[in-house]
Design a protein around this ligand. Sequence first.
Ligand code: 1GP
Length: 240
Amino acid sequence: MTIWQQPWKMWRHVVKLDPDRNIEDSVLRELPHTGTDAIFVGGTQDITLENTRALVDRMRAAAPGLPIWQEISEQHAIVTEVSGYAIPVVLNAGNKEWLIGRHMTAIREYGPLIPWERTLIEGYIIMNPDADVAKRTQAVIPRSPEEAAAYAEAAERIFGMKTLYVEYSGQYGDPEWVHSIRDVTRQAHLFYGGGITTAERAAEMASIVDTIVVGNALYEQGTEIVRETVKAVKETEKPS
Ligand code: 1GP
């Protein structure tokens, strides 16, 4: 697979939009001017085809040039008008539905229709026990940096995963723990999401991982924080 088929390898900064949360058109229109590399559309609670399609349509109208990738959590909410699909595989899910069950069902249903060349398979490691996604997947939270790193190593060495997502959703993670994951990965592309609310935090995590994801901060602080975090990330050297 060539690099142009894996555009996320070039992304340093992504904004995650939740179809279940309100956001003004004026904010969506500003997003392409913030310098962010791509938009993820997805969430954990109350994701429907209607609210997903409505947000994707509005986003496409507001920012025609920005890649929009749907992060799939509900099969019935899959929309076709996106650049690609991010498919979470929750490595530390307590309920195996989220590790392989839903994936098997989707493949049985859609098999030949799945555009694999436009999919990003994300090996999720959920780190924040209070996050909705942790509750929904009954995640078994790593108890030490070594355990977190072992999930990453298993993902890469055993399952051959090429992309991992360290998910602290709603909480800023401990950089030492994220470092321990980075240290054991060989080539995997690392996403980090959770609690990036300042330029300093963006720079700190961007010095460890390949791509940072900003969610909540946009809803709470507006597009200025997106601009500031993009700037911080672009001034930070990508880990080698
Ligand atoms: C959530 O990782 C993202 O899935 C971003 O987290 O909302 O805490 O920024 P925040």
